[in-house]
Ligand binder design. Structure first.
Ligand SMILES: Nc1nc2c(ncn2[C@@H]2O[C@H](COP(=O)(O)O[C@H]3[C@@H](O)[C@H](n4cnc5c(=O)[nH]c(N)nc54)O[C@@H]3COP(=O)(O)O)[C@@H](O)[C@H]2O)c(=O)[nH]1
Length: 668
């Protein structure tokens, strides 16, 4: 399985944007507070100003009215005094005149203390001058009248005092007018300031609103984007960005519905890479990930845009051919997919070549639900693998029966292990020179409740594929080691037990630790344990295999190459493997006495083994003729039905002290 870490993942908002958004909110809040503060302050100022202006205007007009009245009253007094004869009445008039003068002065002083424009102040000064002059003339008129010179007083009145009073009144009227104008101007100005304040408030509020809208817009944008990204993550494979199983099922359902409506076909291809694990194990997970991405790209560009390409995980892809009119069209796409996937890849500076196995199911022939079609395509893919990989296979209903049988067998195997139905049997190897059994090979047997004793050929592959072999193999290894230790304790010195290890078992990370612990637990000295490995296992990763074998050998365990001659190892590799024994496959022994070529090959292997300093064991010896032929070739150790079939430990015990020389010689 490739690592499916997400190198494409990026945060929805960059830190810069987050800071920007926070600043946006902050500025907006500041603006709102500022607008509220400035608005309230400006409006209050404008109101106060208006109030002050109107109060001052009222006061000014009031004072002006007082001054008007005083001037008129004084004018009336000087008019009246010119006709009064009674000195008391004249005194009273004079007193009234002076009273009015005091009123006038008091009003004028208050007026002068008010804030005045330069023009008002100039006019007020002019009025002061005119008043003082009119006052003197009025005084003079009073003096003449009170001295009894009424004619002189009347002349003074008419010619000078009244005109002087009129001048004062005229100036006062102009001052009134000016006061009104000044007040109007001030009010106008205050109104303009009020309007300006309003405009500012409007402007800042609009700015705050706009910033608010922008910030809200950004938040909405990113919230939507986050939603879309979450949805994408939930429905797509993070390594390839292809639709994942969930999205595939939805789209496949739509494709099926369309096909059923328009009488089309849908082809579902389940694609699994062959030996992808090797790529990961040898080139590393990064290279495995790169390969998966390349394959995804090739699949995408190989099919039409309306077809569906999905990755289910690991090295499994699904291609759905939609709206197909005939099966040949689907098969044509399958050819194209095979061609695309198997083209050479350039990864980690290497040319990489991978093949794939494809299972194909077709709607409506093989089902009309996404689940059925996918499952059937998976089943067909499994059969493509079984048929030798690097091919495609159409689904047929027979396959389901086979799959069901496999499932049933798998369940039975698991039950069998938990019920203790598995047991090691032992088959002896005889040393022809000593006539003694020096090794017994442990072979598993399943005591099935209804089928009797079952040999491993019928279920070994399933044990290996499902990984059940690891647990079962370890139990049997412990049993076999215990049994051998017991035989050693009973006096069968030098006896060893040979145990087969499958690929799954050999490549377990903790193999060395387990073997060490098993030997310690069963108290079997390491040199009494032989492990048999096939050439195929060793060739899977020569470097690692050598490393592992060396560790086993350092412990004292001996290692044999099983089924030698049938695997695909080259003899050149043999020198690298630090093994102790070559076990010649029974394929060469079957006709050894009839086929000179088999004898020649066996002879060559024995010679090679001798020259490398290795032991040789020949398996599958069934009759005396074979044994005789082997003796002639210089073979020293044999195993086969001629000596004994695999038997339970209790039956083997009796055979261990036997000298087999005579028995075997009898058949010479
Ligand atoms: N990983 C494990 N593999 C195991 C274990 N037990 C067995 N096996 C492997 O299963 C294969 C089939 O084994 P089996 O059916 O037990 O057959 C063995 C012998 O019965 C058979 N044999 C022995 N002598 C003869 C003979 O004269 N003629 C003949 N036709 N068959 C014979 O050969 C099998 C032993 O082969 P090998 O291992 O190559 O020595 C087989 O591949 C086993 O390895 C297990 O516990 N773990």
């Amino acid at each position: 399985m490739p690592k499916t870490g997400d190198p494409h993942h990026r945060p929805i908002l960059s830190p810069d944007w987050e800071v920007g958004l926070a600043a946006g909110f902050f500025v907006q809040i500041l603006l709102i507070l500022f607008v509220a503060y400035v608005g309230i302050r400006e409006l209050r100022t404008a109101e106060n100003r208006l109030k002050t202006i109107s109060e001052q205007q009222i006061l000014k007009l009031d004072l002006s009215k007082t001054m008007h009245t005083a001037v008129r009253e004084r004018t009336a007094s000087i008019v009246r005094v010119t006709v009064l004869e009674d000195p008391f009445e004249q005194d009273a008039e004079y007193t009234h005149f002076n009273q009015m003068a005091s009123d006038f002065v008091a009003a004028r002083s208050r007026f002068a203390a008010l804030p005045l424009t330069p023009a008002e102040r100039t006019l007020l000064d002019a009025q002061g001058v005119a008043t003082s002059k009119s006052y003197q003339l009025a005084e003079r008129t009073f003096e003449l009248a009170m001295a009894g010179d009424r004619e002189g007083a009347k002349r003074m009145l008419v010619q000078e005092a009244i005109p002087a009073q009129s001048t004062v009144l005229d100036i006062l009227s102009r001052l009134d007018e000016m006061t009104r104008q000044t007040a109007d101007t001030a009010i106008e100005q205050a109104k303009q300031e009020h309007a300006a304040a309003r405009n500012w408030i409007f402007l800042l509020s609009t700015a705050a609103l706009l910033i608010g809208l922008v910030v809200a817009g950004i938040v909405v944008h990113y919230t939507r984007r986050a939603g879309r990204e979450r949805e994408h993550l939930a429905t797509h494979d993070s390594l390839t960005q292809l639709p994942n199983r969930m999205l595939l099922m939805g789209r496949l359902e739509q494709a099926i519905a369309r096909a059923l409506r328009h009488k089309f076909m849908v082809g579902v291809m389940f694609i699994d890479l062959d030996r992808f694990k090797l790529v990961n194990d040898t080139l590393g997970h990064a290279a495995g990930d790169t390969l998966i991405r390349h394959i995804a790209d090739r699949l995408r560009t190989t099919v039409r845009s309306e077809d569906i390409v999905s990755r289910l995980g690991g090295d499994e892809f699904v291609v759905v051919v939609t709206d197909a009119e005939k099966i040949s069209q689907i098969l044509h796409v399958a050819d194209k997919v095979m061609e695309a996937v198997t083209r050479t890849y350039q990864i980690a500076d290497r040319d990489l070549y991978v093949t794939c196995s494809i299972g194909i199911s077709v709607c409506p022939n093989d089902g009309t639900s996404p689940h059925d079609l996918l499952q059937h395509a998976d089943t067909a893919m499994y059969h493509a693998k079984e048929a030798g990989r690097n091919r495609y296979q159409m689904f047929d209903t027979e396959m389901n029966t086979r799959v069901a049988k496999r499932l049933e067998l798998e369940t039975e195997l698991r039950q069998g292990i938990s019920r203790g139905e598995f047991q090691p049997y032992y088959q002896p190897q005889i040393n022809l020179e000593s006539g003694r059994i020096h090794v017994v090979e442990a072979l598993m047997r399943w005591h099935h409740p209804t089928r009797g004793t079952v040999e491993p050929a019928s279920y070994l592959d399933l044990l290996e594929e499902t990984g059940i072999i690891v647990e079962l193999g370890r139990r049997l290894l412990l049993d076999a080691c215990k049994q051998c230790a017991q035989w050693l304790a009973e006096g069968h010195a030098g006896l060893a037990v040979a145990i087969n290890l499958s690929g799954k078992e050999f490549w377990q990370e903790d193999l060395i630790d387990f073997i060490r612990a098993a030997l310690a637990e069963t108290r079997l000295p390491a040199e009494h344990l032989h492990l048999e490995l096939t050439e195929t296992i060793l060739m899977q990763d020569i470097g690692q295999a050598v490393d592992r074998i060396q560790q086993l050998k350092q412990m004292g365990v001996r290692v044999a190459v099983d089924d030698f001659g049938t695997g695909y190892s080259s003899l050149a590799h043999l020198k690298h493997f630090p093994v102790d024994t070559l076990k010649i496959d029974r394929f060469f022994i079957k006709d050894i006495h009839r086929q000179p070529i088999d004898a020649a090959i066996t002879q060559a292997i024995i010679n090679l083994s001798d020259s490398l300093g290795l032991d040789t064991v020949v398996e599958g010896v069934e009759d005396a003729e074979q044994l005789a032929a082997l003796r002639r070739l210089g073979c020293r150790v044999v195993q086969g039905y001629l000596i004994s079939r695999p038997l339970p430990g209790k039956d083997i015990g009796a055979m261990l002290s036997q000298d087999w020389s005579n028995t075997l010689d009898a058949g010479r």
